[in-house]
Design a protein around this ligand. Structure first.
Ligand code: GTP
Ligand code: MG
Length: 665
């Protein structure tokens, strides 16, 4: 049969430069999916296919390739490791059956490795760890293993060992059987009572095959993390890793019964500028000429992987990744098969910076706006804003992303741009609890809907809850109460983009406490025109901003945790530089001639550290930074001018609505 029945959608994740793309290339080569092996350093790998990726030698966009191991079709998603491109990882996390986390045998566990592992754990993505670069000088597998146990706090189970590490002849061997057997038992009994009892009753009856099966089960439950060592460059240890992919990760049978459900995880523009959407199907099948949900465009073309290569087909089935054509309005992160599009959940911190962007030639302003709109399709977190001044502003993770946007606009759209200063992207948090309500037919409420909302602080992120009775929901407008809830959640989210000081409101729980609607003839409301979805949508900002006003908000600044490694002789100048950026130093540790300094500072100051580091450390310093949450701003809160009329100014809001001066979406 030409179509394999089992698939594995595999993410390759790691810290920048750990060797993800090199490993992907190696796996593709070993499995025969490519005839010659490319190199990142020569710009010839399959997955770093963008011009900019090849020139810079880093991955910017996630890319999909496919290979076959035994009878399993493995779709590999090679992701970028640079923290500026974390949004790319975010989008693929939800479509993975398993992952390989690459850790360099030389650099070891990095802050970004921890960020990634936490997200993989939260989503319970079964993960194998590959300790790469054992051929490089300085490789220290034992130290990396200790780092994995200690800093990643996962139960690591080493399945292969390195011989001659740190040399070009580095190779891998299986561990000595007796010691390996007892190490496996020790790692697995905690998570498996039956295994524990069998072992206590008669240790000899716990066979290697039984342990192997238990290892696969506990790997799929993310209780343990099998570890392989090797070199993506020389190919050492990669065959064992490939064996582990299909024997330890949960390979899915292709089963296309059930309703059509999938998720769009990547959007790109084809050679003619047409939109191409990548979908991972979870159940059912999607065919050419189907709609992805009730009011969407029709799919005009589908490509799927067959034996490692994209081929045009009429259908994409559960378990598969496919490319879809014809969906002009589809958005990345969107779930397909459902009419009501669920809100996209993010697994990492949002961008912490914003920068105003302007074309060098003023007449390209409209072209720039259109080009940015296309970039936002691929990366919604860029979140382009039209400032009240008419300028455009984008949200950013960092300087490298900014350079990539600039280079992309120049190369693909022929637009030269300049970025104005980069400033922090503050957020607002509710200070207390606030509640507001509008009832039907009251003087203050021009809409045919009634809403009560309560706003209160929440520990992390945004949550919406519906606390109303079925009877109070207009089920002739929304199909069911869940659809009403997700519509209301969407209206609330849109409103919270601009809080009392103009910044997005986060870390808050919004509860809908009352609801009512009017129908043409009698109860439950007094006679009146039929409520529509627009009534609920337009009334939400009025009620919500009132509740927010009563709760009060305070503005918070994004912080970064920075770690600087340098020579001890640079200590004074590094500390001086940190003090100038308002950083609080937490720890200093000296090892031989090296010092490692850890500090926390406003995220907006990290770029300045990066810029000044070479001069301050005579070129020896290395800076690592990760997001460290938000802290209340001291003193006068910064204000961002709103781009939409403030619903707290009711006449202005209503006037703008009736004039349709701004879209609510
Ligand atoms: N010696 C040695 N070098 C390696 C190995 N794997 C990767 N490299 C080199 O390390 C550098 C980074 O490799 P990439 O494969 O681009 O790393 P990456 O993780 O994909 O990097 P990003 O996608 O930018 O995060 C390149 O110069 C590779 O040639 C290895 O096993 N041994
Ligand atoms: Mg890469």
């Amino acid at each position: 049969m030409w179509l394999l029945s089992r698939t594995l959608n595999l993410g390759i994740l790691a810290h920048v430069d750990a060797g993800k793309t090199t490993l992907t290339e190696r796996l593709l080569f070993e499995a025969g999916a490519i005839g010659a092996i490319g190199r990142v350093d020569d710009g010839t790998t399959l997955t770093d296919s963008l011009d900019l990726e090849r020139r810079r030698g880093i991955t910017i966009r996630s890319a999909v390739a496919s290979l076959v191991i035994d009878d399993v079709s493995v779709n590999i998603i090679d992701t970028p490791g640079h923290p500026d491109f974390i949004a790319e990882v975010d989008r693929v996390l939800g479509v993975l059956d398993g992952a390989v986390l690459v850790v360099s045998a030389v650099e070891g566990v990095q802050p970004q490795t921890r960020v990634l592992v936490r997200a993989l754990q939260r989503l319970r993505v079964p993960t194998l760890i590959f300790i790469n670069k054992i051929d490089r000088g300085g490789a220290d597998v034992d130290a990396v293993l200790r780092g994995i146990e200690r800093r990643l706090a996962v139960r690591a189970v080493p399945l292969t060992l390195a011989t001659n590490p740190g040399t070009h002849s580095a190779a891998t061997v299986e561990p000595e059987p007796d010691g390996f057997h007892s190490a496996l038992v020790e790692a697995l009994v905690d998570g498996d009572d039956a295994l524990f009892e069998a072992y206590v009753a008669d240790a000899a009856r716990v066979t290697p095959a039984r342990l192997r099966a238990a290892l696969a089960v506990q790997t799929s439950k993310t209780l343990v993390y099998p570890v392989y060592v090797g070199s993506a460059m020389t190919g050492a240890g990669t065959a064992e890793l490939m064996g582990g992919l299909v024997s330890l990760l949960p390979v899915a049978e292709r089963d296309d019964r059930g309703p059509c459900a999938g998720r769009i995880f990547k959007i790109e523009r084809g050679s003619d500028g047409e939109k191409v959407a990548y979908v991972r199907m979870f159940s059912g099948a999607l065919h050419v000429r189907d709609r992805v949900h009730d009011d969407a465009d029709k799919v005009t073309g589908i490509s799927v992987f067959e034996r490692g290569a994209w081929v045009r087909r009429g259908t994409v089935r559960a378990g598969d990744i496919g490319k879809l054509w014809g969906l002009a309005h589809v958005q990345v992160g969107e779930q397909i098969g459902l009419r009501q599009v669920a809100a996209v959940r993010h697994h990492f911190a949002p961008p912490t910076l914003q920068a105003r962007i302007a074309p060098e030639r003023y007449e390209q302003h409209v072209a720039l706006r259109a080009a940015l709109a296309q970039l936002v399709e691929q990366d919604p977190l860029i979140n382009v804003r039209s400032e009240p001044s008419g300028e455009l502003a984008v949200s950013l993770y960092g300087e490298v992303q900014k350079e990539v946007i600039e280079a992309t606009l120049a190369a693909d759209y022929d637009i030269a741009v300049t970025f104005r200063e980069t400033t922090p992207l503050y957020i607002e948090r509710p200070a207390g609890i606030g509640a507001a309500e509008e009832t039907l037919n009251s003087e203050t409420n021009p809409f045919h809907a009634a809403i009560g909302l309560r706003v209160e602080p929440a520990t992390t992120g945004f949550a919406f809850r519906l606390d109303v009775d079925h009877q109070s929901v207009p089920l002739y407008v929304y199909r069911n109460i869940d659809e009403f809830a997700s519509a209301m959640e969407q209206y609330v989210r849109v409103t919270l983009q601009e809080g009392l000081y103009g910044w997005a409101v986060n870390d808050c729980l919004v509860t809908m406490t009352s609801s009512n609607y009017s129908i043409a003839d009698g109860p439950p409301a007094r006679r009146g025109p039929l409520s529509t979805a627009a009534d609920f949508r337009k009334l939400t900002p009025l009620v919500l901003m009132q509740a927010l006003h009563l709760a009060g908000t305070y503005v918070c600044e994004p912080m970064s945790h920075a770690r600087i490694d340098a020579l001890v002789t640079s200590t004074g100048s590094v500390l001086g530089m940190l003090a100038q950026q308002g950083a609080a130093v937490h720890a200093q540790s000296i090892r031989g001639e090296d010092i490692s300094i850890e500090a926390e500072l406003p995220a907006a100051g990290v770029q300045a550290l990066q810029r000044r580091l070479p001069a301050v450390t005579n070129g020896d310093g290395v800076l690592e930074s990760t997001f460290a949450g938000y802290q209340p701003v001291r003193g006068e809160p910064p204000i961002r001018r709103r781009t939409t009329p403030n619903p707290l100014n009711r006449p202005e809001y209503l006037a703008a609505l009736s004039g349709q001066a701004f879209p609510l979406h």
